[in-house]
Design a protein around this ligand. Structure first.
Ligand code: PMP
Length: 359
């Protein structure tokens, strides 16, 4: 049973918001548990994207005509919504990307170009998604830097005992997940940020999972960069958010070159770049994705991220307790703080077979 201190959110009401949950699969009502990979879309998001294409579609920032103005306004409103969602001080600290992966690559490339050289160190953790490992390894290969990692114990918690030794005078950036997609571990990012900042080292937080399970506040956290994906927060695919503190973004060179990110272009005298955030948004952006993400963030805002966190904690506690009671089932990871994801193994059963049968 769910606890009597029940969340204000009702599963029935929430289900009704998601049209796909009205369909059947194998002749039964759809049960969808793959939200760590991608979330389903509430009707308000689907309607908003459709309304954009039916009424507002045009290219942004470049036309003087009515629709270009409408599309630009919708796009910039989405940026202000993302700013409010993460608690950023300025809208120009929000850069739209294709998702978390592109956001991490942007920082690894651009921050790396300005601040990382041979012999420098980049600190990640053993909890990371590949998206927060590989771009740093690529940076290390380009520059001659080294990637080091904060270890994880059997419970799936980060081991911070050696943090003082892992943060050296050569560490240029720390990149850490907020919440693990595999084990659900909520990492002690506050502690890591404090230790890194004590040495003047900036921290990137991968909030691909963290953004959807509870309130986020980049200024309370004190992180220098934070990123998440629209499609994991009930918004469209192909849109994501990079928050970067103004003073870092100002000092970083552009990532991609092209239209919209330039101030003046000359084939003889070279090019000067636009200010923030345009400097990091080359080419026609995913306007429909941004307005769809805006609708998703409004949807979450109306539910209330504290209410979302409370409801999920309830369901998660229920899931963990019931799974732990299954004969031959071993939970992988028992982290101190957990959100969302649960991993388990069944004795003698290959995970592919278990997944296929459960599907
Ligand atoms: N980081 C984490 C923690 C994730 O869970 C994911 C997606 N599974 C990513 C990064 C990458 O996100 P995307 O594929 O949307 O770029």
């Amino acid at each position: 049973m769910l606890s009597p201190a029940a969340p204000a959110l009702s599963a029935e009401t929430l289900r009704a918001d998601f049209p796909i949950l009205g369909r059947t699969v194998y002749g039964r009502p759809l049960v969808y548990l793959d939200n760590a990979a991608t979330t389903q879309k509430p009707q308000v998001v689907i309607d908003r994207v459709r309304r954009y294409y039916e009424h507002e579609n045009a290219n942004v920032h470049r036309g003087v005509h009515f629709l270009s103005g409408a599309a630009t306004e919708a796009y910039e409103e989405a940026r202000r919504a993302a700013q409010a969602f993460v608690g950023a001080a300025h809208a120009h600290e929000i850069v739209f990307t294709r998702g978390t992966t592109e956001a991490v690559n942007l920082v690894a490339y651009s921050f790396g170009e300005a601040f990382v050289g041979a012999g420098d160190e980049i600190l990640v953790t053993e909890l990371e998604h590949h998206a927060n490992i590989v771009p740093w390894q690529m940076l290390a290969t380009r520059t001659g830097a080294t990637v080091r990692a904060i270890p994880m114990d059997d419970a799936g918690d980060l081991v911070l005992d050696g943090l003082d030794r892992l943060l050296t005078e050569r560490t240029r950036i720390v990149a850490v997940t907020h919440t693990s997609n595999a084990l659900g571990t909520v990492a002690p990012v506050e502690v890591i940020i404090e230790a890194a900042h004590a040495r003047g080292i900036p921290v990137l937080v991968d909030a691909a999972q963290g953004a959807v399970h509870g309130p986020l506040d980049v200024r309370a956290l004190g992180c220098d960069f934070l990123c998440f994906s629209g499609h994991k927060t009930y918004g469209p695919t192909g849109i994501g958010v990079l928050y970067g503190r103004e003073d870092w973004l100002e000092r970083m060179p552009p990532f991609l070159g092209g239209g919209d990110m330039i101030d003046t272009v000359s084939l003889t005298r070279g090019t000067t770049f636009a200010g923030l955030p345009a400097k990091f948004e080359a080419g026609t952006p995913h306007v429909a994705g941004a307005v769809g993400l805006h609708a998703a963030l409004e949807y979450l805002g109306a539910l209330g991220m504290d209410a979302v966190a409370a409801a999920e904690a309830d369901v998660l506690g229920y899931a963990v307790a019931r799974l732990a009671a299954v004969d031959g089932l071993r939970l992988v990871g028992t982290p101190r703080r957990r959100a969302g994801a649960v991993s388990f193994l069944l004795d003698g059963v290959h995970p592919y077979d278990a997944g296929t049968v459960l599907d």
